[in-house]
Design a protein around this ligand. Structure first.
Ligand SMILES: [Zn+2]
Length: 288
C-alpha cells in the first residue's frame, strides 16, 4: 500500500473508532482489569506498607553533566536472572519512559531488574527525538565501542555493569504497520538469541488477547524483524555482543493517548520480564 496520511489511514479503518482512554481498560471478557487508585492504596495499607513509595536510585549516570540520569536496581528476595530495562532513548517517546519509570517502582519475586528510565536527558528536556549528537539509538555499533559519551556510559555503566541475561528497550512508534509504510506500528523486535523470538510471539499474543481492545483490530501487536546484531541499535548490540535476548517494544501514537500507550508498554514489559522468570510480586502493584 502506498504511503497514506493519518487521515486517510484513519478513514480506511473507520473514523468512528474512539481514542482509547479509560474505556480501553475493559478486557475482552468484560472484566475490569484496573482497580482504581484508592482501592490500590487501601490494599497497600492492609498489606502494611506505604501506598506509594518512590524508589531511591541506585546510582547516577554521568553525574554532574548535562546527561546525568538515574539508574534503579530492584533486587528481589529470591535469586534469579538479571534484566535491564531502558526507556527514553528518544526524548519525544514519553510512553516508553513513563513505562520504564513504572517498572522502577515494581517489586519482583525473583531476580534483579536494572532500570534506566530516562536514558537521553537532553532529548527528554527538549521534547525531541534526538538530543546531543543525533539519534542515540544509532550510537551502539555491534563489535565496537559506542560512539558518544552518553552511549558509552549506557553501555559500560548500565548494560555491562549489570551483566544482564536479557534487555528491554521501550520505545513508541507512529502509524499502523502496513497502513503507513514508513512507520512500524505496534511491534516487538527480538534478537536472534535463545527464546527471544518465541518470547516476542508469546508477549504479542498476550497483549492482543488481554490489552488491545476488540474494536481496534488494526492495533494488534506484530512481531518485528529478528535482530541479528547488524545495526548500531542498543538491542542489536546486546544480542550481537553479549548474546542475550533483547527486545525493542514499540507502541503506536495512532489513535491512542499517552495513558493507553504507557499501559500497553508496561504490560509488554511485565510479560517479557515474566517470560524470563522475573514475576511481579503482587497483583496490587499492577497499576503503578
Ligand atoms: Zn524510539
Amino acid at each position: 500500500m502506498k504511503r497514506r496520511t493519518y487521515i486517510v489511514g484513519a478513514a480506511s479503518i473507520g473514523l468512528s473508532i474512539p481514542i482509547v482512554g479509560e474505556s480501553g481498560r475493559e478486557r475482552k471478557d468484560g472484566h475490569i482489569r484496573n482497580r482504581n487508585k484508592n482501592e490500590n492504596e487501601m490494599q497497600a495499607i492492609r498489606n502494611g506498607r506505604a501506598a506509594s513509595t518512590d524508589p531511591e536510585p541506585a546510582y547516577t549516570l554521568l553525574d554532574g553533566t548535562k546527561y546525568e540520569t538515574e539508574v534503579y536496581v530492584i533486587d528481589a528476595p529470591e535469586s534469579g536472572p538479571t534484566g535491564v530495562v531502558i526507556g527514553g532513548m528518544h526524548g519525544d517517546e514519553r510512553s516508553g519512559y513513563h513505562a520504564a519509570a513504572a517498572v522502577s517502582r515494581w517489586q519482583f519475586d525473583a531476580g534483579r531488574v536494572v532500570v534506566l528510565p530516562q536514558a537521553n536527558q537532553p532529548a527528554i528536556k527538549a521534547k525531541t527525538r534526538h538530543g546531543v549528537g543525533g539519534d542515540l539509538n544509532r550510537k551502539f555499533p555491534p563489535g565496537d565501542e559506542p560512539t558518544t559519551t552518553l552511549a558509552q556510559a549506557i553501555w559500560n555503566d548500565v548494560v555491562l555493569r549489570s551483566e544482564p541475561d536479557f534487555l528491554l528497550d521501550l520505545h513508541r512508534s507512529k502509524g499502523i504497520y502496513r497502513f503507513h509504510d514508513s512507520f512500524v506500528g505496534q511491534a516487538i523486535y527480538p534478537t536472534d538469541v535463545g527464546d527471544a523470538p518465541s518470547n516476542a510471539v508469546d508477549t504479542i499474543a498476550s497483549l492482543n488477547a488481554d490489552v488491545v481492545p476488540w474494536y481496534m483490530p488494526y492495533h494488534d501487536f506484530k512481531r518485528g524483524n529478528v535482530m541479528h546484531g547488524t545495526s548500531p541499535l542498543l538491542a542489536h548490540k546486546a544480542g550481537g555482543d553479549l548474546q542475550v535476548p533483547a527486545y525493542i517494544v514499540e507502541t503506536t501514537t495512532f489513535l491512542t493517548d499517552l495513558d493507553t500507550r504507557t499501559r500497553w508498554t508496561k504490560r509488554a514489559a511485565e510479560k517479557l520480564l515474566s517470560l524470563h522468570g522475573i514475576n511481579r510480586a503482587t497483583e496490587t502493584e499492577r497499576n503503578k
